[in-house]
Design a protein around this ligand. Structure first.
Ligand code: GTP
Ligand code: SPV
Ligand code: MN
Length: 624
C-alpha cells in the first residue's frame, strides 16, 4: 500500500495538541511524532482518565458503543476478533538466546520492518489517541517498570485503557529518566481483510522485549489492543523482572482473607489459566456459614508483580492494573454477586460481545439466568443478529460470545481491599496454582518446599478455554498459567523463580487447587466451587500455621474430611472422597508426560528435576 505522506498529521497542529494536553516529556513527544508519521493518523489527541465522559459521549454519538442502562455501555467487536491469538503473538529481541518453547521468539531485525510496513499509513483518516499510563500503585518501588504510553487508533480501546490502567500525563511528565517508558503502538487495521485464522493472516502482536516496545497490528479486542494489560503488565514486565533480577510478573490473582474475630489478614496470590476462575476467586463472598467470621478482599484478578522487600525479607505483591476485564459467562447472583455489583448502574462498565436488547438496553449472557429472556423482542446476539430472525438451525447458538467480557474499574468492586493502592503491595502467605482439570487433581494439595512448588507450577496442566482462539477444552501444559505470556526461556524462568522467592526469609506455602473435577459419567462438577472455594484456602492457611496437619501423599498434603470445614456444603460423600484422594495409577501416567514436558526446557535448574524425581519415587512407593 502506498503511503500518502499528505495524510500525516499537520505537524504544527500535533505540537499544539501535545501542548494543550500538558504533555511535557520530550521523549514521549518524539515518540508520538515518529508514530504519527508512520501510521499517518490524521490527528493526535492526548487523553487521560478525566476525558472519560467526553469520550463516552463521542463514542455513543458515533455509534461505536450503545447505552446499557444508567452509566453502563455496550460494544461489539468484529466477529473474527473476539479473543487472543496465540499463534500471532510473538516476542522479538536481538538475542536468539531469548528463544523459549512458548514465546514464539523471532529476531527483532525481522519483525520491526514488517510491523512498520503493516502500520504504514494504516491509521490514515483516524485519530491517534495518546494514552500515558502507570501499571502500578503510584509510588511503588516497581514504578520505573510500570510507566508506559499507548498509542491507539481506536476510541473504544481508549475507553478500555481508562478503565484498566491509571491514565494521564502526570505519569510521564516528571520521570527521572524521561525516555524510560514502555512504547506501545496499537493499530487496528482493516479488520475485514486481515485473513484471520488463514495462512494469509496479517495480524501480528509483537513485544520487542529488549527494546521495551510493543507493536500490535490487526485487532481491537481485549489484551490484543489494550497494551498496558498483558503485553506490558505480563510479557514486558516478566522480561524486565528477569533482566533486572528484581521481580516476577505473573498471570496471578491476589486476595486477602481477613478473620474478623482476630483481625488477622492473610494474602494469597496464584495463577489459573485464562478463563479458569481468577476473577471469581478474587471477588468471592464467604459462604453464608462462614460469612460472620471471614471476609475476602480483592486486590487483583489477573496480574501480580512480586518482589522481596529487603527490609523484612517478605514477598510483596502488587496488582499493576486499575480494572477488571472479566469473563461474563456464568456470572450470576449465585456464582458471583460481587461481579454483578461491579457492573451495576453508574459504574461506567463497558460490556463486550454479550447479547444486547436495543429496546430495553438490557444485556444478557449464558448463565446470567438459567434460560435466556423469554420475550426475544429487541434482543440481538453478540454478532448483532436479531434473535427473532434466527433460523431453526441457529436456535441453539449462544447469544453471547463465550469470551464476552465486562470492563470495570477496581473502585467499583465492592470487596476491594482498603489498602489496594498500598505503595509496597501486600505480604504473601501462600501461592496457589490451579486450572480446569476434569480428573486426577484433588481439591487441594499443599506443598511446603520451594523447588517442589515451582515444579508444580511448571507442570500445571489444564484444559484450554475460549479466552484464546480455537483451542477450547484441549488439555495442555500451561506453566504457572503463563504459557501465552511467557517472554523468555522456561529454564531461566524457573531459575528466576527460585532466586526471587528463595531470597525471602519468610517462605510462602504453595498449593495446587482444582475446582473443576467432574464425574466421568454425567459430567457434573464434583465440587460446588465459587464461594465454597474459601474452605480449602482456609485449610491451607491453617496448615501453614500448624493448626491442622492433613495427610502427606506423594504429591503433597491433602486435607482430612474433618479438617475441611464443610458446614452447609452441598456435596455427596462419594464426591467428597473422590476430590480428597490421590489416584496413584493416574498420577503415575501423568509423571511420564511431565518428564517429556520438562525435557523441552533448556537449562532447567537441577532443583526442579530433583523435585520431579522425588515425586515420581514417592508415587512408585505408594503404588507398592
Ligand atoms: P481471564 O480473565 O481470562 O484470565 O480469566 P479468569 O481466570 O479471571 O477467569 P474467571 O474467574 O473470569 O472465570 C472464568 C469462568 O470460570 C467463568 O465462566 C466462571 O463462571 C467459571 N468459574 C469460576 N470459578 C468457578 C468454580 O469455582 N467452579 C466452576 N464450575 N466454574 C467456575
Ligand atoms: C486472558 O486471556 O487471560 C485475559 C484476557 O485476561 S486478555 O487481556 O484479552 O488476554
Ligand atoms: Mn488473564
Amino acid at each position: 500500500m502506498a503511503y500518502d505522506v499528505n495524510a500525516a498529521p499537520d505537524l504544527a497542529a500535533l505540537e499544539t495538541s501535545l501542548d494543550d494536553a500538558g504533555l511535557k516529556n520530550p521523549s514521549v513527544r518524539e515518540y508520538v511524532r515518529y508514530w504519527a508519521g508512520i501510521t499517518g493518523a490524521e490527528r493526535v489527541e492526548v487523553i487521560g482518565a478525566s476525558d472519560n465522559a467526553r469520550l463516552i459521549s463521542e463514542s455513543l454519538e458515533a455509534g461505536e458503543i450503545w447505552p446499557a442502562g444508567e452509566g453502563r455501555y455496550y460494544a461489539r467487536s468484529y466477529v473474527k476478533d473476539t479473543a487472543r491469538s496465540e499463534e500471532r503473538t510473538i516476542v522479538a529481541t536481538a538475542d536468539p538466546g531469548d528463544k523459549g518453547v512458548y514465546n514464539n521468539w523471532r529476531p527483532a531485525s525481522e519483525m520491526r520492518p514488517l510491523l512498520e510496513k503493516l502500520m504504514h499509513g494504516a491509521s490514515a483518516g483516524k485519530t491517534m489517541y495518546v494514552i500515558p499510563y502507570l501499571m502500578a500503585p503510584p509510588g511503588s518501588p516497581l514504578e520505573p517498570y510500570a510507566v508506559g504510553v499507548e498509542l491507539t487508533d481506536h476510541r473504544t480501546v481508549a475507553l478500555h485503557m481508562i478503565r484498566m490502567a491509571r491514565c494521564g500525563v502526570e505519569h510521564v511528565n516528571n520521570l527521572a529518566e524521561p525516555s524510560r517508558f514502555v512504547r506501545g503502538v496499537h493499530v487496528t487495521g482493516d479488520l475485514e481483510n486481515l485473513g484471520q485464522g488463514t495462512p494469509a493472516d496479517k495480524r501480528y502482536f509483537v513485544t520487542f522485549a529488549d527494546e521495551r516496545t510493543i507493536l500490535h497490528f490487526g485487532s481491537s479486542y481485549g489484551g490484543n489492543a489494550l497494551l498496558g494489560k498483558i503485553a506490558h503488565g505480563l510479557r514486558q514486565a516478566a522480561y524486565d523482572g528477569w533482566a533486572s533480577g528484581e521481580f516476577l510478573a505473573e498471570q496471578f490473582m491476589l486476595i486477602g482473607i481477613t478473620d474478623k474475630q482476630t483481625g488477622r489478614t492473610w494474602h494469597i496470590c496464584g495463577g489459573f489459566p485464562s478463563a479458569s476462575g481468577k476473577t471469581n476467586l478474587a471477588m468471592m463472598l464467604a459462604p453464608d456459614s462462614l460469612g460472620d467470621r471471614y471476609h475476602v478482599e480483592f486486590y487483583g484478578d489477573d496480574i501480580a508483580w512480586l518482589r522481596v522487600d529487603p527490609k523484612d525479607g517478605k514477598i510483596y505483591a502488587i496488582n499493576p492494573e486499575f480494572g477488571v476485564f472479566g469473563v461474563a459467562k456464568d456470572t450470576n447472583e449465585a456464582t458471583n454477586p460481587t461481579a454483578l455489583r461491579s457492573v451495576g448502574p453508574d459504574t461506567g462498565v463497558l460490556f463486550t460481545n454479550v447479547a444486547y436488547n436495543e429496546l430495553t438496553r438490557d444485556v444478557w449472557w449464558e448463565g446470567r439466568t438459567p434460560e435466556p429472556p423469554g420475550d426475544v423482542i429487541g434482543w440481538r446476539d453478540w454478532t448483532g443478529q436479531l434473535i427473532s430472525e434466527r433460523s431453526v438451525e441457529e436456535q441453539d447458538k449462544p447469544w453471547a460470545h463465550p469470551n464476552s467480557r465486562f470492563t470495570t474499574s477496581l473502585t467499583n468492586v465492592p470487596n476491594i481491599a482498603p489498602d489496594f493502592e498500598a505503595r509496597t503491595g501486600v505480604p504473601i502467605d501462600a501461592i496457589i496454582f490451579g486450572g480446569r482439570t476434569r480428573d486426577r487433581e484433588p481439591l487441594v494439595r499443599a506443598i511446603t518446599d520451594l523447588a517442589e512448588g515451582v515444579y508444580d507450577g511448571l507442570t500445571l496442566g489444564a484444559e484450554a478455554t475460549f479466552a484464546a482462539e480455537g483451542v477450547d477444552g484441549q488439555l495442555r501444559y500451561d506453566p504457572m498459567s503463563m504459557r501465552p505470556f511467557m517472554s523468555y526461556p522456561e529454564g531461566a524462568y524457573a531459575a528466576h523463580w527460585l532466586k526471587i522467592i528463595g531470597a525471602a526469609s519468610d517462605q510462602p506455602i504453595f498449593a495446587h487447587v482444582n475446582w473443576f473435577q467432574r464425574d466421568p459419567d454425567d459430567g457434573h462438577f464434583l465440587w460446588p466451587g465459587y464461594r465454597e472455594n474459601l474452605r480449602p484456602l482456609l485449610w491451607l492457611l491453617r496448615l501453614r500455621d500448624g493448626e491442622v496437619h492433613g495427610v502427606q501423599t506423594a504429591v503433597g498434603i491433602v486435607p482430612t474430611k474433618d479438617e475441611l470445614d464443610l458446614d452447609g456444603v452441598d456435596i455427596s460423600p462419594e464426591d467428597l472422597d473422590k476430590i480428597l484422594s490421590i489416584d496413584t495409577g493416574r498420577w503415575t501416567t501423568e509423571m511420564a508426560h511431565r518428564e517429556a514436558h520438562l525435557a523441552q526446557f533448556d537449562g532447567l535448574p537441577e532443583e526442579i528435576w530433583v523435585a520431579h524425581r522425588r515425586v515420581a519415587a514417592a508415587l512408585a512407593a505408594a503404588a507398592g
